[in-house]
Design a protein. Structure first.
Length: 211
């Protein structure tokens, strides 16, 4: 939350708590003032299994009735009261989707598992977001977050993005069983570099398959 740049890049390993932490930030932003917030990943199923589930847990934690705010048909959270009129949208991105990246403008954008889609589409959404962009990923290999985002500058020539790396050691809620599993894979240097240490890997099965 201390990241001040427009584009916040959260790189991390398994069980680092990236998704949940960002969901908490977005929930607070939606309560601060009226905002349109868009959350995107590659499929609706991953939204349901990931950020939608995280938001439901957050709502339960703070005593908000989930069914009152979440519209199952539109996949939106609507927070309307005397102070704010905010909407949190859950959407999916496909590089093959017609008009990908060409959508209405928003205040805040969260690209979940950003390495699952290409720069051409992602840059369209980023360009139509005027306040803040969050993106997270497991760093299987270098991609546009490492290669293209550092090139983006403001009118003073300063970078508009910043990156942090988080691991399971930063997640105080990480179950001990998962900690044990991650630590048990230290002998697999390539896997542990990515999912244990949160460092950028050298290859990707997904990239090889696409090639």
């Amino acid at each position: 939350n201390a990241m001040r740049s427009k584009i916040c890049v959260i790189q991390g390993g398994q069980a680092a708590g990236k998704n949940y932490a960002i969901a908490q930030i977005l929930f607070i932003r939606a309560l601060e003032k009226s905002r349109l917030i868009t959350i995107m990943t590659d499929t609706y199923q991953n939204l349901i299994d990931g950020t939608i589930r995280d938001f439901q847990h957050i709502f339960d934690e703070v005593g908000f009735e989930w069914s009152k705010y979440y519209n199952k048909t539109s996949h939106d959270i609507n927070i309307n009261n005397s102070k704010v009129n905010s909407q949190i949208q859950f959407r999916y991105i496909s590089d093959n989707k017609a008009g990908g990246g060409k959508s209405k403008r928003r205040d805040i954008l969260y690209l979940n598992e950003a390495n699952r889609f290409g720069w051409e589409v992602a840059s369209g959404y980023i360009g139509r977001t005027h306040e803040k962009v969050y993106l997270d990923f497991n760093p299987e290999c270098s991609f546009w977050a490492h290669e293209e985002l550092p090139k983006l500058k403001d009118e003073n020539g300063e970078s508009i993005s910043e990156q942090i790396i988080v691991t399971f050691k930063d997640n105080e809620k990480c179950p001990q069983s998962e900690i044990n599993y991650i630590e048990s894979r230290k002998d697999n240097a390539d896997w542990y570099r990515i999912f244990g240490l949160g460092q950028t890997g050298y290859y990707s099965e997904r990239r090889i398959y696409n090639y």
